[in-house]
Design a protein around this ligand. Structure first.
Ligand SMILES: [Zn+2]
Length: 421
């Protein structure tokens, strides 16, 4: 019997995985049945300890790096760089049981499965739980993965503190990390063979098509602009309609036109939002002279974001034909979409059993894999989210789907172990 035929008969243990989802899902539980595992809170620290205890139960070694990321790996005497599975254990306030945790728990289940079947791979198989992936009181989301990929340096974080004055230095130390030594957590490209993350979809695309396995092709790019419309303030009673230059009217036309542009974009993975909007002077008897808003466009391809922006330009040109409005635009974020590794995408496809379907899709939220992709081959799998809900207590994924995706990941690891150098 060759190695591959032995491996393909192995599956993860669904009951054990479910048990772990439930057990970890009790840490940080609040009265509204949501989880409050906010970075470096007591509950976050408790979840981290839970994970360390699980690693100890497997009699594996673990390391906490200077970013307080928790790493473990199956014993392996080969000199090769490891294939790493990972995600995060922290949650947003009143978050759910699956966002982040699922990727770590599936990794834990895969390590356990490999161990109990006595399987040795060419590449060491490792697992990481990244610190502070979610937005947090330190304003440093995807903290752990950004440190590992060299995107956050000591100078960026040494003075960081919460609004209440708790320093990151103290908080990070409470989890076993160190701001002073932060750069020791950085990894070089040759220290990793691949990074694989399973995450809930946080949308309804898989669910709507009744498909269990989502294979991520790219992680969304995010473009944000602050836009100010300047008109003219005047008396709301005595200024005739034809004499007005109302900033709110121009901005409102823009909001409607913008929505139409993104709605009509042929790709579902282009979305746009105006999430902040303020009016000056903001009185019932004064024509608004200034509106300030934040426009965000997300897309899985840089060209798609660019196309959308081109259409936005046209709207401003059209507005100027109707009213002498002044528009100031400032780009405040331009994060390019991150393509997932082609070879890993192909491997995931091959690992889906022939009787099952998969869906290729872009991730419309950011993840740790976004950053890992800058130093290694990165790949992501999505599990359907029931009702598309996430970042709330209702967040839920079915164990049948989770089991399928975990087995796809397991088989992908066997394939990648042969494929990668
Ligand atoms: Zn997440």
């Amino acid at each position: 019997m060759n190695k591959l035929s032995i491996n393909t008969s192995i599956n993860i243990n669904r009951e054990r995985l479910q048990f772990n989802i439930e057990e970890l899902g009790n840490i940080g539980l609040n009265e509204s049945h949501g989880l409050d595992r906010i970075t470096f809170s007591v509950d976050d620290l408790q979840a981290r300890q839970w994970f360390i205890n699980k690693i100890k139960e497997l009699k594996l070694d673990y390391q906490i790096d200077a970013a307080a990321n928790i790493w473990t790996s199956l014993p392996n005497t080969n000199e090769k760089a490891p294939i790493i599975i990972g995600s995060h254990l922290d949650t947003v306030p009143n978050g759910g049981r699956y966002d982040g945790a699922l990727g770590v728990l599936i990794g834990l289940e895969i390590l356990t499965t490999l161990l109990e079947n006595g399987i040795t791979t060419e590449h060491p198989i490792g697992l990481v739980s990244f610190t502070a992936e979610e937005p947090n009181p330190y304003n440093l989301s995807t903290f752990g993965s950004r440190v590992v990929t060299g995107k956050l340096k000591k100078s960026d974080i040494e003075h960081v503190q919460t609004k209440e004055g708790i320093s990151l230095k103290t908080a990070l130390a409470s989890a076993g990390g160190s701001v002073d030594a932060i750069e020791t957590a950085q990894k070089k490209p040759d220290e990793l063979a691949a990074f694989l993350e399973v995450h809930i979809e946080q949308g309804k695309r898989l669910l709507n098509q009744s498909i269990s396995t989502g294979i991520v092709t790219a992680i969304t790019g995010i473009y944000r602009e602050e836009i100010t419309f300047k008109g003219e303030a005047n008396h709301a009673g005595t200024t005739l309609m034809k004499e007005r230059n109302d900033a709110l009217v121009a901005a409102s036309k823009f909001v409607v036109a913008f929505e139409e542009i993104v709605r009509n974009h042929p790709s579902d993975e282009v979305v746009g939002t105006i999430g902040q909007f303020s009016i000056k002077p903001g009185a019932p008897n004064i024509i608004p002279n200034e509106v300030n808003l934040l426009m965000e466009i997300r897309g899985d391809k840089a060209e798609k974001i660019k196309e959308t922006l081109q259409q936005v330009e046209n709207v401003f040109a059209e507005l100027a034909n109707h009213q002498p409005i002044k528009v100031n635009r400032t780009n405040i974020l331009d994060q390019a979409p991150t393509e997932m590794d082609k070879r890993i995408i192909e491997t995931f496809k091959d690992a889906v059993p022939p009787e099952d379907k998969y869906l290729l899709l872009g991730s419309m939220a950011g993840h740790d894999a976004t950053h890992l992709a800058s130093i290694t081959k990165a790949g992501m799998l999505f599990v359907p989210s029931i009702d598309g809900k996430s970042h709330c207590p209702e967040e839920y994924s079915r164990i049948e789907d989770i089991e399928k995706v975990a087995n796809v990941l397991l088989q992908s690891i066997f394939k990648l172990d042969n494929l990668l150098n």
